[in-house]
Design a protein around this ligand. Structure first.
Ligand code: ZN
Ligand code: MN
Length: 488
């Protein structure tokens, strides 16, 4: 007998974002990726006895800025706590973090859904802490430790379990990456470990009217969008199987942590999850609490920009761009700034969007930068769009001119002349060419005037002949009008 069964996936995320400050969280060591191991360390980040940490103000302001972008309440009073644990990559045996008084809490992030709608995911808290070093296990039959990363500022963001699919989890991760890059507070480079994700996953299963919850699993340290999405999907299937086979529900075991095996694409049991009391949190006696004054807060507030999701929605709403195009333009800040400024300079938004997303991004990809960083003036790009709009050049030659603009720094008007791309729109001159073509092709003229199936094809042929005779410089719109005038 089959039973009636549905289930709902429940996912919350814990995310660590490395902030792009020049120096570390509590000492003056440089934050630099890929340097000689243990060359960016000092007594403070090595945890030598008797040293005193000093808070990095820039890191704190970056963290507050993200808190504001996440619609959080910013604490007027916040302090630092020691989270004790023992691991070779943490020589102090404790991590400086924030426990009961995080710098921001109770916010939300708006994420785009595939439907074009958005969903708000609640943010429980976002707090600052320091990163640990790195254990390396590649040298042979022993391990090494590199402490260059020790003490790097990390923002930890914890969401409510508001996500109900792997796609939503991915969307949040991607949105957060875009947000911190827009704010300029993190490079958010996944390959360099600037963003790490830890989803908490379980299922609410309803079978024959009774509700069951599977035990919560936390997957540790995922550092790619793909691993994040795949692991959530995998865990969903695994928990359902486990419930169906053994009836395992919440309470029959503690919360566990699992790791993601990227090659086998499975999660692997690691250990039972620690509780907060295992870490023996206590206030760090070496650091003074931080008081946020209204003036300081409003100064930081002034650095907020329009968030990428808002821009994307505005482009769809105001300029009628597709959701896809709006997403492409707002994938990075400099490209969408270029777009905004060129629209302000008079460009027709859809035309401009085509130029930037087609030619602009192609060249940017080749150069390994973003379209906004090609060194073009918004006014020049707007002028290029205007030239197509006005029929001075064809839409097809925009790419060639854009490329030449990047290479030479010349204005589009100058390049259109130099490259011989100005379209002939002078009716008198074009009419002479049309007359010649009509005289040379009596059969096609008959087909056009004869109507029916052949008519459209013959008209296209004649237009093509005119374009050829003008060496591609005739404005096809004007030529079509002349053909209509002459042939009906
Ligand atoms: Zn240091
Ligand atoms: Mn943490």
């Amino acid at each position: 007998m089959s039973s009636d069964l549905h289930y709902k996936l429940i996912v919350g995320l814990e995310i660590h974002v490395q902030l792009c400050t020049k120096s570390k969280m509590f000492c003056g060591c440089a934050v630099e990726f890929g340097q000689k191991p243990n060359s960016r360390v000092c007594p403070v980040c090595l945890g030598m006895p008797g040293v005193l940490p000093v808070m990095n103000k820039q890191a704190f302001e970056y963290a507050v800025l993200v808190g504001l972008a996440l619609n959080c309440e910013i604490a007027q009073f916040t302090k630092w706590d020691r989270k004790s644990y023992y691991y070779p990559d943490l020589p102090k045996n404790y991590q400086i973090s924030q426990y009961d008084l995080p710098l921001s809490a109770n916010g939300y992030i708006e994420i785009p859904l595939e439907s074009g709608k958005t969903k708000n995911i609640s943010i429980i808290r976002a707090h600052l802490e320091e990163d640990a070093g790195k254990n390396l296990h590649t040298a042979g039959n022993f391990s090494q430790v590199d402490l260059n990363r020790t003490g790097t500022p990390l923002l930890e963001i914890v969401t409510e379990p508001d996500m109900n699919s792997a796609a939503e989890v991915r969307a949040l991760a991607v949105e957060l990456q875009r947000m911190v890059r827009f704010l300029g507070v993190s490079e958010a480079d996944m390959q360099k470990g600037h963003m790490r994700f830890e989803p908490n996953i379980n299922l609410i299963i309803t079978r024959d009217g009774t509700e069951y919850r599977t035990p919560i699993v936390e997957i540790k340290n995922l550092n790619s969008f793909r691993a994040l999405e795949r692991s959530v999907d995998y865990e969903q299937a695994r928990q359902l199987d486990e419930f169906l086979e053994n009836g395992v529900v919440m309470g029959m075991g503690n919360k566990t942590t699992r790791g993601w095996d990227d090659e086998k694409e499975i999660t692997v049991l690691q250990r039972e999850k620690e509780e907060a009391h295992d870490y023996r949190y206590f206030p760090d006696p070496d650091l003074v609490p931080v008081k946020m004054t209204p003036q300081w807060l409003s100064e930081i507030q002034g650095r907020l920009c329009e968030l990428p999701i808002k821009r994307q929605l505005r482009y769809v709403d105001q300029y009628k761009l597709s959701d896809y195009d709006a997403g492409v333009l707002t994938a990075d800040r400099s490209t969408s700034d270029l777009f905004d400024e060129a629209v302000k300079a008079g460009a027709e938004p859809k035309r401009l969007c085509n130029i930037i997303t087609q030619t602009g991004l192609k060249i940017a990809n080749e150069k390994g930068c973003s379209a906004g960083d090609l060194g073009l003036k918004a006014q020049s790009v707007a002028n290029l769009a205007g030239m197509i709009e006005g029929g001075t050049i064809s839409a097809g030659s925009a790419g060639q001119i854009f490329e030449a603009m990047v290479e030479t720094g010349k204005e589009p008007e100058v390049l259109a002349e130099e490259l011989n791309l100005i379209q002939k729109s002078d009716a008198g001159e074009l009419e002479a060419i049309v007359d010649k073509v009509l005289a040379d092709n009596p059969k096609a003229v008959d087909d056009v005037t004869g109507g029916g199936k052949k008519s459209k094809k013959a008209r296209g042929f004649l237009l093509g002949q005119v374009m050829q005779k003008s060496k591609g410089q005739a404005n096809p719109k004007v030529v079509s009008e002349i053909l209509v005038k002459k042939l009906g």
